[in-house]
Design a binder for this molecule. Sequence first.
Ligand code: HAM
Length: 448
Amino acid sequence: MNKSGAKEPKDDSQVKKEGPVQSVKGMRDLLSDEFFSLEGFFEKASEIALYYGFQPIQTPLIEREEAFLRTVGEYTDIVQKETYTFRTKGGDRLILRPEGTAGVMRAYIEHGMHTLPQPVMLFYYGPFFRHENPQRGRQRQFQQFGIEVLGIDKSVADAITIRVLLTILEEAGLKDIIVEINSLGDKECRSQYKKALYAYFKRHIGKLSANEKELLKNNPLRLLDSKNPDIIPLKEKAPEAMDYLTGASKEHFKEVLEYLDTLKIPFRINSNLVRGLDYYSQTVFEFVLEKEEETEKGKESVRIELGGGGRYDYLAKMLGAKKDIPSVGGALGVSRIISLGYGTHLKPRILKKPRVFFIQLGFEAKLQSLGVIEILRKAKLPVRQSLSKDGLSVQLGIAERLKISWVLILGQKEVLEESIIVRNMEDRSQQTVKIADLADYIKKVIAK
Ligand code: HAM
């Protein structure tokens, strides 16, 4: 069911063919309040990122398919089921970006950013596309805000990433976020760990579904992501990545946790945390909100993932770079955060509270109205009006509803005299002012 109570179509091909054209399943229009919340969130998040020294980047919404096949991982849900790929008339295989990191790393390599002082710290935001089953907090087009720290292997970069993203969540009004964290180790540790997981799940193969048996063969780490109730108890007893960390990886992880302690960021080690993308190594983390919710089984604590990230020290080579570029980053699911009602107070700076309401009476006044609005705009006085309405009382009623204290009334007589009435809605006093003096007069009375 969607918000209006209407049933979601089962799949794309079943979308109604008659009647007015509708939006695509899992993709929504953003109307004024939600649009402003999103813009306000991005503005606040960008400001925080800029304070910490991040610079903006905007990569294209469309990339070459290979940028994601190898990096996100052939045996991940994203690549196997969720990508929007297409072939152009020229024969290129392209993809609507399902996430931001691979594109940012592609840009880093393409623009030779290794010649800049390292690390290169970048932030980005905008829409991403995954062909998932739409449900609450999960859409096919959704918005993320992400940061990436490229060209650094030091644990301080992991700590900055977590600090900045958590600060953004806090500014959006989220107080009790849990930082879940784990380490997958470097290449060596990961490969030893994969072998251990393979051997463990192989012993319990009878409990695995056909799909999970495939995963066991190709990507046993993904089994730790499984929601299958039969294997949840198995996951609890599965080998833990942490036990396979070798010297340097262990040290790196210990340092990250020390930073979090020093920054007073509470965290919870989650040994099943592997993330849904294959490019990760070393630190991985998720920002989790736990909420009591009424479910089919009664009241339950629901885990909502608001963002996540980690190190991706080997991603650059997967994209064809000659050398590894150790890096770390993370992204927030902004659509999800806003749909839960957080961040709606973050209004963008362009959204101004109207200071005056403009009323016009008669055709002559309507003709002059745009000139008056332009005078007010130039004087930086935000104005609201209802040019489609004609009567005085209906327009006054709108001004009252909007709780705007100053009203400008332009009638036939005022047009002839090149003046306008300025009325104070609180004490009902009014004054006729020359249009040429209007901006100065309003600034004076508003400042009082
Ligand atoms: P991710 O965990 O796939 O990571 O996505 C980040 C966040 O986007 C998720 O925590 C979730 O809140 C939100 N999200 C994901 N899919 C959807 C969806 N279908 N609808 C609504 N929200 C969604 C990444 O994308 C990595 N690129 C993060 C990263 C940056 N790692 C390193 N640097």
